[in-house]
Write a protein that binds this ligand. Structure first.
Ligand SMILES: Nc1ncnc2c1ncn2[C@@H]1O[C@H](COP(=O)(O)OP(=O)(O)OP(=O)(O)O)[C@@H](O)[C@H]1O
Ligand SMILES: [Mg+2]
Length: 360
């Protein structure tokens, strides 16, 4: 779709740049490239807004999720900036939309990174802890109905926000950054996503000293939630082997953790080719394959086709995001292959896995 087009266009600029070396051309192409990256970024943010009503909330193990998001975000932080995290050992789970939560973290970290650009000793700290709201907090935020909250904060010792601008920063398109650097959509997106998750957003900032953004999200202690979910909603496995394939490490980790907790053994691979290689060598052990559709090297549909040449029976579940619509009919007549929209509730996934393993 739109996002994919922009991405592949910026890819083609890359190719051209390698072919044509003269400096002037390179510079122009670099500009085009950065503009098209920027455009892709805007489209991505807008798509998140557009998905507002269609997002499916599912269980997100927050500690692992934040850790994984930080690994991704680190690649956008220059080495001279000290970036540390303090993730509580208390495991928290919340109902949430992984895409939106990921963008919240990315946006806050990118803002912190930009804010410390001119600091002598640039520092960013991301923290996650369990928070029991006190009376003062509940009074200040009457929309919070009580119960535990996950407290995520991103702190920096950067430029800070002048008091007179603090109310403006959440407005869409408000930015103090130069053209091409900021669009002013980041915090508007963060605000929308936090609201969507029934959370609370606070910002503490002192001009010239730094900023801390606090996000409070309704969450529960994993221990309590676990028993409920596994017993009442989800159907457990008996040690069957699942080959799980997704290019997003975070999804692999999250879904893998849930499937293991349900009693399956899980082997994880990050693209269709690696998955196929593993399948070829271990086909007798694998009870079911669960794969993403859009992946680098070899996609999910190509993976199913390759597996079917070896084996006509092993069940395959393809998980499709909004970006894979239209490819679904291609596997319509393949036996033992089902499609599931992402993100799928665990209960649905666990039921489908069981049905397909039994039918195979
Ligand atoms: N951590 C921070 N420290 C200082 N100023 C900040 C911080 N976070 C946000 N701001 C201010 O708020 C403005 C709006 O932030 P927002 O994330 O919405 O947009 P942006 O960062 O300018 O652009 P975009 O996020 O779309 O790339 C920023 O331009 C900046 O002036
Ligand atoms: Mg921003």
């Amino acid at each position: 779709m739109a996002e994919g087009c922009l991405r592949s266009e910026s890819g083609s600029f890359h190719v051209k740049r390698k072919v044509n070396d003269p400096l002037a051309v390179t510079e122009n192409l670099e500009n085009i490239e950065s503009v098209s990256h920027r455009a892709a970024e805007i489209v991505r943010q807008l798509l998140t807004f557009a998905r507002k009503d269609s997002v499916t909330m599912h269980s997100v193990p927050l500690n692992a999720f934040i850790n994984e998001s930080l690994k991704l975000a680190r690649s956008a932080i220059p080495d001279n900036i000290s970036a540390v995290s303090d993730i509580s050992g208390q495991k928290m789970v919340m109902k949430g939309d992984a895409t939106q939560l990921q963008q919240v973290i990315m946006n806050l970290i990118n803002n912190a990174r930009d804010a410390v650009e001119d600091s002598a000793d640039p520092r960013i700290k991301v923290s996650l802890s369990l928070y029991e709201p006190d009376a003062a907090f509940l009074h200040k935020h009457p929309e919070v109905t009580g119960g535990e909250l996950a407290h995520l904060s991103v702190a920096d010792n950067g430029s800070g926000i002048p008091t007179e601008l603090i109310d403006k920063v959440f407005e869409p398109f408000f930015t103090t950054k130069s053209v091409g650097k900021g669009t002013g959509l980041g915090l508007a997106m963060v605000y929308g996503a936090v609201q969507r998750h029934n959370g609370v957003l606070e910002i503490d900032s002192i001009s010239g000293e730094g900023t801390t953004v606090h996000v409070y999200l309704p969450a529960v202690h994993e221990r309590r939630q676990e028993g409920r979910e596994v017993k009442q909603e989800s159907i457990t496995g008996q040690g069957e082997m699942i080959l799980l394939v997704d290019d997003e490490v975070m999804i692999l980790e999250t879904v893998g953790t849930v499937l293991r907790r349900l009693g399956y053994r899980v082997v994880e691979r990050t693209n269709g080719q690696e998955a196929f290689d593993y399948y070829r060598d271990h086909r007798r052990e694998i009870a079911i394959v669960i794969s993403d559709v859009l992946m680098p090297v070899l996609g999910g549909i190509e993976l199913v086709q390759a597996i079917r040449k070896l084996d006509s029976h092993v069940p395959v579940i393809l998980m499709t995001g909004y970006d894979a619509s239209g490819r679904a009919e291609q596997i319509g007549d393949v036996d033992h292959c089902a499609l599931l929209n992402k993100p799928a509730p665990i209960a649905d996934l666990s039921l489908l896995i069981r049905e397909m393993i039994q039918a195979a």
